[in-house]
Write a new protein. Sequence first.
Length: 473
Amino acid sequence: MENTATSRTRIPGWMIAISALALSTLACTLAADSGPPTLAPRVSATPPPTIGYATIEPGELPDQASPVATLPAQQRTDTGVTGLMDQVASDRLMAHVRTLQGFYTRHVNSVQNRDDRGIGAAKRYIEGQMRDIANQSQGRMTVFGQDFILDYSGVRTTQTNIIAVIPGTEPGAGTYVIGAHYDSRGNNEADSTGYAPGANDNGTGVAALIEMSRILSQRQRRATIVLVAFSAEEVGRKGSIAFVENYIQANNIDLRSYINVDAIGSQTYANGTVADDQIRVFSQGPNETSPSRLVARQAEMVVLNYVPQMEIVVQDALDRQGRYGDHFSFEEKGYPAIRFIEMAENTSYLDTTDTIDGVSPGYFRRATQTILVTIDVMADGLRPPDNISLRANTNETQTLVWTDVSGATGYMVALRSPDSMIYQQFEVTQTSETWDGFGQYAALAVAAKNERGLMGRLSPEVFINGNVTLRNP
């Protein structure tokens, strides 16, 4: 694995059950005795991931806090999130991939006037699926195409991005974009007639996009969600560049973050090793100050809490060495952007062997669920608290305070150790926390939880060295 973050350590099921019982008992004790927060610390170890929490040593706990104890991740799952995940169907996902592969090639210079072959057939299929979903959404989703001119390998063509919009209900909540490219290529990137099935790269991303459109369009979220299928990613991401410049910037859209979905269906490395419960997220550094890295950290925290069967492994890079994706087009214009990609990347999928045989239905479904829950939390969770500050006290403690969020029933405090790309966390019911342990961390952020237990977006990070830097989350 390359550039992996500190990983969680897997805990056997019998230990999880015992830990859950112990933590439940601890929660009662804390409520009665106003005890310290129960942190969910990360263990400095290599994979595999955990689906539960270890607790901090008693001697390290603060003496003056009054929060709710942290429960194991799988026991804190919001019922709405569970219902959302259950709707993801592997048979629909695989059917989309099979259809896209069946067009033989989706090269940008392939034929556009046939319904059974080429990029034109792929465009009409994706747009048709999106329009069918929109027609069943009772007006919640609209679909349209964005044409752009492409000059590639001596050929000029009109390419099309397919855009679906689900408007948000809350003014000022911003817009979140999920994208996946639908063009493909074979061994020779200029060959427009050779076999280029593109099942995993990126039939899986497009299939996930269509399935998420179907599920997300069933109701509106607080923020606006835009789902877009790009053409011409394989030839310099021309489609996403046109989208950012001629749609996002031209319409002055308040874009909070972009999520790129590209190659999420394989759980097997070229050497046969399996990684069926991990998915990578790439984002631009530097780790301390990048808005994109903050989005990646939040995604990891969301999945830790709501998708126990998967782990996000945050990468300390914008992408793999010498590689790129459509998230580059957003990052270049100053928008926070992350990329989801399978853990077990098989580089042979760049050629004619990238067929549906290499896609694992179970892993593909879990990967789609992971991305779906991430966007649901970011677009529908409560807004983050304002006016966060860390105040020094005379007894070597510090008090963290913030403004109450309307509708919040609790808060999640995320703590980042120096040089860490992921968070530890604890939960509280009040809007302040006094502790002598904040100083061991480099930064913190706070998210509100609603009445269903769903966390919202994290606040900008507060740096604990005395300076507070506010950044767009």
